[in-house]
Ligand binder design. Structure first.
Ligand code: FPP
Length: 243
């Protein structure tokens, strides 16, 4: 069913619906996050097996700090445990872990575990798995503008040379290609401050399924939907077939 010659190079996922999944079964939100971690495991493995080059997951946004303290600390705890538990599998599956977002503001233990896992998987040559942690696209763009402005002020780059390439180079995603397919689960149809610059030409796929129930089959459905679409990048259909 999946055309291996037309895979999206970069898939990004907004993993939504953990809380509602748990509440729909009379459980608390934390139960939803724990089960959400299982879905992360399944989808990462499926993506690596399918030879997707880049998978980027929205794990914790700059806005998520506003959640109840216990929920924030549970998410941090789940992250540490998942990193420890998954390290060997990431090495076995040749996955390279990276992060985007201001990770210096994460609890010290989380930052340390993350840096260690990034380091230990840095020689892997397969799929690049990027976790967005304390990530917000407006924050990312703001810090990029600040860095570029400082370089212009100090004559490191000239104003005329500020172009899309320079902007790309100052984003957290500097080494990642643009997003081809953005998936959001749980029926919500919003971007929620995720990769605003990088999704300029992404295909959007919204699934009704709550994240803890999202599995390999749903992931494949999203890719099949992507493969049925015609990406025109501003051109006409005729121009695409004749080029
Ligand atoms: C959204 O559900 C999910 C999150 C805010 C966090 C995603 C985190 C995980 C899946 C677990 C740990 C992550 C990794 C990478 C191991 P929600 O709480 O917003 O759901 P709701 O909209 O139903 O309330």
């Amino acid at each position: 069913m999946i055309d291996q010659s037309n895979l999206p190079k970069h898939i990004a996922i907004i993993m939504d619906g953990n809380g509602r999944w748990a509440q729909s079964q009379g459980k608390n939100r934390l139960f939803g996050h724990r089960n959400g971690t299982e879905a992360v495991h399944k989808v990462v493995e499926a993506a690596a097996k399918m030879q997707i080059e880049h998978l980027t997951l929205y794990a914790f946004s700059t806005e998520n700090w506003n959640r109840p303290k216990l929920e924030v600390s549970t998410l941090m705890d789940l992250l540490i445990k998942a990193l420890r538990r998954e390290l060997n599998k990431m090495i076995k599956n040749n996955i390279q872990l990276r992060s985007i977002g201001d990770i210096s503001k994460l609890p010290a233990e989380v930052e340390k575990e993350l840096q260690e896992t990034i380091h230990k998987t840095s020689h892997n040559t397969g799929m690049i798995l990027t976790l967005a942690l304390n990530y917000g696209a407006r924050q990312e763009l703001t810090q990029a503008v600040q860095q570029i402005a400082a370089k212009v002020k100090n004559n490191i780059i000239s104003l005329e040379n500020v172009d899309e390439t320079i902007i790309n180079e100052h984003l957290y995603t500097q080494n990642l290609p643009a997003v081809d397919l953005l998936i959001r689960t749980s029926g919500e149809q919003r971007i929620s401050n995720f990769l605003l610059w990088q999704i300029a030409y992404a295909e959007l796929y919204f699934s009704e399924v709550f994240w803890p129930d999202f599995n390999e089959r749903h992931f494949e459905d999203a890719i099949i939907s992507y493969q049925k679409r015609e990406r025109r990048f501003g051109k006409t259909s005729e121009q695409l077939t004749h080029s």
